[in-house]
Write a protein that binds this ligand. Structure first.
Ligand SMILES: NC(=O)c1ccc[n+]([C@@H]2O[C@H](COP(=O)([O-])OP(=O)(O)OC[C@H]3O[C@@H](n4cnc5c(N)ncnc54)[C@H](O)[C@@H]3O)[C@@H](O)[C@H]2O)c1
Length: 368
């Protein structure tokens, strides 16, 4: 199979869909890998590294799309790429369709086979291709939140860890999944007082078992959230309902109950966000203020630490890529129903129910 690795052209996205190690593995399996010139530069990989591993370097993004049976990326295609995608081409990347009707319509029109990293499952029903980026974003949410709590950048002016004689800051984490646990762990490491909420008691029991005593678990309900936001310095949104829009756990009217300079980091922004006031931002201009609350809602947080993120992502995507390349998408998905869960749109048809639901479309959803 011919596999194409384009440069990511989304704002400030420096990750890349494949490392030279991935190229090596695919060429060993007799596949051809086209890498766009400089595609790996932002992640610390040079064209020579890819060439040495067996890749063919192509100069333009147009050549990469035109030459390849399967495109392997990181972020969802943006408008400039829509027209480059060919009918029957496999596109394996993060799509997060539920948060963009425009993207969904464009991919239906493309007649491509869209396999979304974020809905591939493992045997436990977990999302193995979301995990590493959630780990990065969860850890980053505290790093960013701590920074934006500083007064000169409109935060409350609180040092999360406190100092001897001064109590630490308070962090509220919504969702005790991968993002939430990594956020809680980092915040606890800084010495902050952490409350972590979920509706899944199994997750809360796990967190309660493994975290230090200054990480407190609480059931997620509107009542409890309304109570906690009044005293929190930093609130991290890390909830997920698979393939669907995130529930709005913090509504606009709740902002007035927060103290001025409170920082909210909505990691779930890529699924529409779990704060009503969330709108996606970029690393260039990551924050905005509403009612004196600092909102940080960067949709591709791991893009800021590409050397870590690219390797973390490709460690987990490569076995699926090799499988798709060796067997072709149809046979690979027929043989592995958990990979087949990644099929979202196939040749103009939505095959993942939650996408149609997200837009209230009455479209018939084909079963894959
Ligand atoms: N912005 C970024 O750069 C970035 C990067 C990685 C992941 N994400 C996003 O972060 C979100 C979380 O990802 P994850 O891997 O931690 O998911 P996860 O499935 O591991 O965890 C989500 C948790 O949310 C909980 N939840 C659902 N409804 C809830 C509610 N009403 N109250 C409290 N908790 C609730 C679930 O029970 C689950 O434990 C996803 O939307 C993911 O796409 C964003």
């Amino acid at each position: 199979m011919k596999i194409g690795i384009p440069i990511e052209i989304k704002n400030n996205e420096n990750r890349v869909g494949m490392t030279p190690a991935g190229v090596f593995e695919l060429t060993k399996n007799s596949h051809t890998v086209y890498v766009q010139a400089n595609a790996g530069f932002g992640s610390g990989f040079f064209d020579e590294d890819y060439q040495e591993a067996g890749a063919v370097i192509l100069n333009s993004i147009e050549e990469v799309y035109a030459s390849s049976d399967m495109i392997v990326k990181v972020k969802e295609p943006i408008e400039k790429e829509y027209a480059l995608i060919k009918p029957n081409q496999v596109v394996f990347t993060y799509f997060h369709f539920a948060s963009s009707e425009t993207l969904t319509k464009a991919m239906i029109k493309s007649n491509a086979i869209c396999i979304a990293y974020e809905t591939v499952e493992d045997a436990d029903g977990a999302l193995p291709l979301l995990v590493p980026m959630s780990e990065v974003a969860g850890r980053m949410s505290i790093q960013q939140g701590a920074k934006y709590l500083e007064k000169p950048i409109k935060g409350r002016g609180v040092l999360l860890g406190g100092v001897p004689g001064v109590p630490p800051g308070k962090v509220l984490v919504l969702g005790a999944g991968v993002v939430g646990i990594q956020a809680a762990k980092m915040a606890a490491g800084l010495g902050a007082h952490v409350t972590i909420m979920d509706i899944n008691m199994k997750q809360l029991r796990y967190v309660n078992d493994v975290m230090p005593n200054h990480v407190v678990t609480e059931f997620s309900s509107e009542y409890n959230i309304r109570k906690r936001i009044k005293e929190s310095d930093l609130i991290v949104g890390g909830v997920l309902i698979k393939g669907a829009k995130a529930p709005k756990l913090i509504t606009k009217d709740m902002l007035k109950d927060m103290r001025p300079g409170t920082v909210v980091v909505d990691v779930a922004v890529d699924q529409g966000g779990c704060f009503e006031t969330t709108k996606a931002t970029t690393h260039e201009d990551p924050t905005y203020m509403i009612d004196d609350v600092v909102h940080y809602c960067v949709a591709n947080m791991p893009g800021a630490v590409p050397c870590t993120s690219t390797v973390a992502l490709t460690n987990v995507t490569l076995p699926y890529i090799v499988n798709l390349a060796n067997l072709g998408w149809k046979k690979a998905c027929d043989m592995n129903p958990l990979l087949a869960k990644g099929l979202n749109i196939v040749k103009g048809e939505i095959v993942y129910e939650e996408i149609a639901e997200a837009f209230n479309w009455n479209t018939k959803v084909l079963q894959n």
